[in-house]
Design a protein around this ligand. Sequence first.
Ligand code: HEC
Length: 186
Amino acid sequence: MSAHNTNISAHTAFIVIAGLLSLQGCSKPAAAAPAAEAVTGVEHVSAGSTLEAGRYLVKIGGCNDCHTPGFAMANGASPDEPEWLTGDAVGFSGPWGVSYPANLRLSFQNMNETQFIEMARAGQGRPPMPWPSLKAMSDKDLKAIYAYIKSLGPRGEMAPAALSPGVAPDRPHIPFTPQMPAATKS
Ligand code: HEC
C-alpha cells in the first residue's frame, strides 16, 4: 500500500519537474507528461461512500456497455440498475476466439476482494475486456467497484464459456476484427 503511494508521488514529482522544465522551454521529452499525469495523478475517486464510489466507477468505466445486455444499444437508457452487469450471451469474436462478457453479478459472489484485485492486476483475460483499464486502477477504486457490484447481489445466468480460436460459434457474436469496405463503383 505505502509502496504504491510512494510510487505515485515519485511519479507526480517527476511530472512536476518535467512540467517546470518544459515551462522553461528547455526540454522536449516533457511534451508527453500531461497525458501521463491525467492517469497517474488521480489516486482514487472520492464519493459519499464506498458504494457510491463503486457505482460511479462502474458508470464511467463503461462496464454496462458490454456486461449489461442492451445497454450500449439503448445508449444507457435501459435496462434499469437492478438488471445491470448480468452478462451477455452475445460474444465478441477475434484472434482470441470468442469471449463473452461475464455475468459479474455471479462472478462477484464467487470471488473475494483480494481475488478480484489479483485478477485486475494480472489483466490476463481475453479482449475486448478493457483489462488495461482495470490494471491501471488504484486498489481503493478496485475495492469500491468490488463492493458495489457485490452489493447488487446475484442475478441471471452464467455467460457462455469462451471459445478457443478456430472453434465455430454456435450463437450470435460480434466480429471484433477490421472489415474491408465494400468495393466502390467506378
Ligand atoms: C468492451 C467490452 C467490455 C467492457 C467495456 C467491460 N468488459 Fe469486463 N469483460 C468483457 C469480456 C468479453 C469478458 C470475458 C473475458 C474473457 O473471456 O477472458 C469480461 C470479463 C470481465 C471480468 C472477469 C469475470 C470472470 O468471472 O472471469 C471482470 C471482473 C470484468 N470483466 C469486469 C469489468 C469491469 C469492472 C468493467 C468496467 C470497468 C468491465 N468489465 C468493462 C467485456 C467488457
